[in-house]
Ligand binder design. Structure first.
Ligand SMILES: Cc1cc2nc3c(=O)[nH]c(=O)nc-3n(C[C@H](O)[C@H](O)[C@H](O)COP(=O)(O)OP(=O)(O)OC[C@H]3O[C@@H](n4cnc5c(N)ncnc54)[C@H](O)[C@@H]3O)c2cc1C
Length: 424
């Protein structure tokens, strides 16, 4: 239902993670006057997840430092933060029901339910000492296991597995990373970037095993996990196992309500589901990519925040299609990788920089730059974001010219008089 200004009379947000919090905050920033209810299945104030595998795990940040805002913020902004799990949406009545049977009516509903880590479907997967990492509670449990651990096995060489491996090595724990594919970061980064991280982890004493799956986890009820058995029969002794094999989007509420779900809650370019009164954002939402139109889910802070801001703009009267450039970062040891854009399949790679510790990989499809992965080259990352956003990226031939720099390319365009000066 909408009031006379066209705004929905009330907004209910399911999930108070990065996207849910940002929806509520941006609605207030845009002057939305109606009631906002932010429903959280976690018994914590909304918090950010990236430090869970970085500063928090290292003991350099406590739980309060993860909070996106203090408790007083929600009171001051009249955002009703409700602890509970939504179990049902009734799209006809425009209500949601919680596990305690309380019911909330909505004018507009935003699903920001995030995703949940995949687990290993092998014997022993439930043993003590076997962890996944998604919530602050998971991170606290992992941190306390890490404090007493001698040998850790990480299953999955994605960003979360590798970030954990880097923290565990720095804590003096012996670490083996087991990956089913032939290289790390296979889903999310190019071969040159993956090679860099292979070298980095090996140089820091991590053992990396590729092309290996897990057959079983062994251990005893009391002592917990003691070994990981690989598909080739090798047994790796372990007193801590981190499973980082990707996530599953939380689509169950949407599916039960009859909303289209296809690898994520399907939304259009405005982030609306098949129901004009229900949006879906962040990790759980499969949305059309600007270039290809293919629906994809992205898992990043930028994506959740960008979606939330876009929905808040729409609900306060400025309808627009979501078209922000994706970007992402990860920290491992002293290395930061930053990715601008999204690689939907590339045919040409151009590497900038001779230093194996600091370079950028430009990924092209035909003449079109898809994404730029910058390893310890923050200036390239900033320039890449500008170029990709403006649609003024170089071609592979331009980028391959010796001495080419993204920053100079951007400056050259600026000098050409078509753009405002660029502070780099
Ligand atoms: C350890 C870790 C490190 C990361 N590091 C980075 C990084 O370096 N850079 C980066 O860009 N991204 C990083 N990410 C990813 C990023 O944090 C996520 O993409 C982002 O949090 C997604 O936001 P979201 O709002 O979609 O989901 P979430 O933040 O997961 O929030 C979803 C919330 O919805 C709740 N919920 C689900 N179902 C219900 C229900 N039925 N009722 C009530 N509540 C419900 C969940 O409990 C959860 O609290 C990291 C993630 C993790 C776990």
């Amino acid at each position: 239902m909408a009031d006379t200004t066209g705004h929905p009379e009330s907004v209910v947000v399911v999930g108070a993670g990065q996207g849910g919090y940002q929806t509520a905050a941006s609605l207030r920033e845009h002057g939305y006057p109606g009631p906002i209810t932010l429903i959280s299945a976690e018994d914590a104030l909304p918090y950010e997840r990236p430090p869970l595998s970085k500063a928090y795990l290292k003991g350099e940040a406590d739980e309060a430092q993860l909070w996106l805002r203090p408790a007083t913020y929600y009171v001051r902004q009249s955002i009703d933060l409700v602890a509970g799990t939504v179990t049902e949406i009734d799209p006809a009545a425009r209500t949601v029901r919680l596990a305690d049977d309380s019911v909330y009516a909505y004018g507009h509903l935003v699903l920001a339910t995030g995703s949940t880590p995949r687990t290993l479907g092998v014997p022993g997967a439930e043993l003590r000492g076997v962890h996944t990492l998604r919530t602050a509670r998971d991170a606290a449990a992992l941190q306390s296991s890490l404090a007493g651990a001698r040998r850790a096995v990480v299953v999955g060489a994605g960003f979360i597995g590798l970030e954990f491996a880097s923290v565990a090595r720095q804590a003096g724990v012996e670490v083996t990373v087991v990956e089913a594919l032939e290289r790390p970061l296979a889903r999310v980064a190019s071969a040159p970037t993956a090679e860099h991280f292979t070298r980095l982890h090996r140089a820091n004493g991590t053992r990396l095993l590729f092309g290996q799956g897990v057959k079983a986890l062994h251990g005893e009820g009391r002592s917990g996990v003691t070994a990981v058995e690989l598909t080739d029969g090798t047994r790796l002794p372990a007193d801590l196992v981190l499973v980082g094999v990707g996530v599953t989007p939380r689509t169950e509420l949407a599916a039960a309500a009859g909303l289209p779900v296809d690898g994520g809650i399907s939304v259009d370019a405005r982030l609306l589901t098949g129901d004009p009164h229900i949006s879906a954002i962040g990790d759980c939402a499969a949305f059309p990519q600007v270039r290809s139109g293919n629906r994809r889910r992205l898992e990043s802070v930028q994506n959740a925040v960008g979606h939330a801001q876009s929905v808040a703009r729409r609900l306060t009267g400025a309808p627009d299609a979501y078209g922000e450039l994706p970007w992402f970062w990860s920290d491992q040891f002293a290395t930061t990788v930053q990715i601008a854009g999204f690689d939907e399949g590339h045919d040409t790679e151009v590497v900038l920089g001779d230093d194996p510790e600091a370079f950028s990989v430009l990924l092209f499809r035909g003449d079109a730059l898809q994404a730029v992965e910058s390893v310890n080259r923050p200036t390239d990352h900033i320039a890449a974001r500008r170029l990709l956003t403006q649609g003024t990226a170089p071609t592979p031939a331009e980028a391959a010219v010796p001495g080419f720099s993204l920053k100079d390319h951007l400056r050259g365009l600026t000098r050409g008089g078509t753009e405002a000066p660029v502070p780099l």
